[in-house]
Design a protein around this ligand. Structure first.
Ligand code: ATP
Ligand code: MG
Length: 414
């Protein structure tokens, strides 16, 4: 098998080999090539120690951040390449990190510590594909399978349980039976995984193309990392949740909002619980705010006639997210035709585009009068803001034109 690697990767491999060190592209990039996808980055493994690698690439730009883990990042023609020494992991006593790592001279040993067969392939133009665990076959058949005994591998590092789910969701590959069994058996060990790592893997899972199928097959794993979801997972709203997740675009905010929209009692309760869950996962303020607002707004009835008022209330970004979320919520309720929902959604999207393109008035700043005008009419203190708000509301409802004279008149009478 011949893979066409980018120039800088080929150059790095040949420079290491010329210096006497075996070197391969490895892991995700080889998997992606075998599957016919374009890798988003390239990792290299080599018999060279970090010091050897620094010598081979002396004069090139080096990023030293990973040095203490045995990783040297070299920039070749602007492409960052992570070069890691072949290694095997020692015992794992904390269920997450090896107690020690040892360098090894054989690429096969390095591949044996990797998580799944599809991730345990190496490639070099000189040796071709190195695939001791049947990764190519599993790529072809489309399965996620542990390298070695699944229970032992998950016992070493419980993060692999979530990685199995994430890769299954992203690639649309089912998890092979023995590996799936060990996922279910091993879930209690997820307590060793940091909340930040759990957040990354869950987000990846939710954004994958087969998220719904993975969530449906492994609710116990979801419950182990998010015990707050116990009532949802054991009740009738779980199916509705999955239908919603399936129907929103694979965007981080929309997928999380769809996933958590029914996690608590009523929309307001779910919004609060969603915020708490995302906070416990140490996610960013932007994710917490956006998702909990979307959950709060999930039942808002959107109509073209009142869209400008909604735009005033929630702003353009949120409204742009709310339209596809509302579409998914309606799909999940299964009491309207898909055609009807699609038509309504299309009309809302068009209306929003028009409102934004025409830069219609939806903020106080866009109103044709301001606080000074109100003061000139004799208004004082809080009456100024209140009057401006009322004028804005009448403008967005189409009851007043956004024209200075008309607004001043209305203010005088009001
Ligand atoms: P992605 O496209 O998501 O980056 P990837 O396969 O490159 O996929 P990384 O997390 O970047 O995934 O890891 C690179 C490689 O390191 C994997 O392909 C796998 O061989 C190995 N690996 C990563 N994490 C683990 C782990 N927890 N246990 C065993 N091997 C791992
Ligand atoms: Mg990677």
């Amino acid at each position: 098998m011949v893979l066409s690697l980018p120039g800088p990767v080929e150059e790095a491999l040949s420079r290491l080999e010329a210096a006497g060190f075996a070197a391969y592209a490895v892991g995700g990039c080889v998997r992606d090539h075998v599957l016919g996808f374009t890798p988003h980055d390239y990792d290299i493994c080599s018999a060279a120690t970090p010091d050897d690698t620094l010598r081979v690439f002396a004069g090139e730009r080096i990023i030293e951040t990973g040095l203490k883990h045995g990783t040297v990042t070299v920039l070749l023609s602007g492409m960052p390449l992570e070069i890691t020494t072949f290694r095997v992991d020692g015992a794992y006593s904390d269920g997450r990190h090896p107690d020690e790592v040892r360098f090894t001279a054989r690429v096969e040993d390095d591949l044996s510590r990797r998580d799944f067969t599809i991730n345990a392939m190496a490639y070099s133009p000189r040796d071709g594909l190195v695939d001791p665990f049947g990764g190519q076959e599993d790529c072809k058949r489309g399965v996620i399978r542990c390298v070695g005994a699944p229970a032992a591998r998950f016992g070493e590092d419980a993060l692999r349980i979530l990685r199995a789910l994430r890769f299954s969701s992203r690639l649309g590959f089912p998890i092979e039976e023995a590996t799936a069994g060990a996922v279910r058996e091993g879930k209690a060990q997820l307590c060793h995984v940091s909340r930040e790592r759990i957040a990354v893997e869950l987000t990846g899972l939710l954004q994958g193309k087969d998220a719904v199928s993975v969530l449906w097959q492994f609710p116990q794993v979801v419950e182990t990392v998010l015990p707050e979801l116990h009532p949802l997972l054991s009740g009738p709203d779980w199916e509705k949740t999955l239908l919603t997740v399936n129907a929103v675009p694979r965007d981080v905010y929309l997928r999380w909002a769809a996933f958590l929209r029914l996690c608590g009692p009523a929309a307001a309760g779910s919004a609060d619980l969603a915020r708490g869950i995302l906070k416990s996962l140490k996610m960013s303020g932007k994710i917490m705010d956006t998702v909990s607002e979307l959950v709060q707004l999930q039942d808002a009835e959107l109509r073209p006639e009142t869209l400008q008022e909604m735009l005033m209330r929630v702003g353009p970004e949120r409204l742009g997210q709310l339209i596809p979320l509302r579409q998914a919520v309606r799909i999940s309720q299964q009491n309207e035709s898909m055609e009807r929902i699609a038509q309504d959604t299309e009309a809302l999207k068009e209306k929003l585009d028009t409102l934004l393109r025409e830069n219609v008035c939806c903020t106080l700043a866009q109103l044709a009068v301001n606080g000074k005008d109100m003061a000139a009419l004799g208004l004082r203190g809080s009456a100024i803001g209140k009057t401006l708000q009322e004028l804005l509301l009448q403008v967005v409802r189409g009851q007043l034109p956004n024209q200075r004279d008309a607004l001043l008149n209305a203010a005088k009478q009001g």
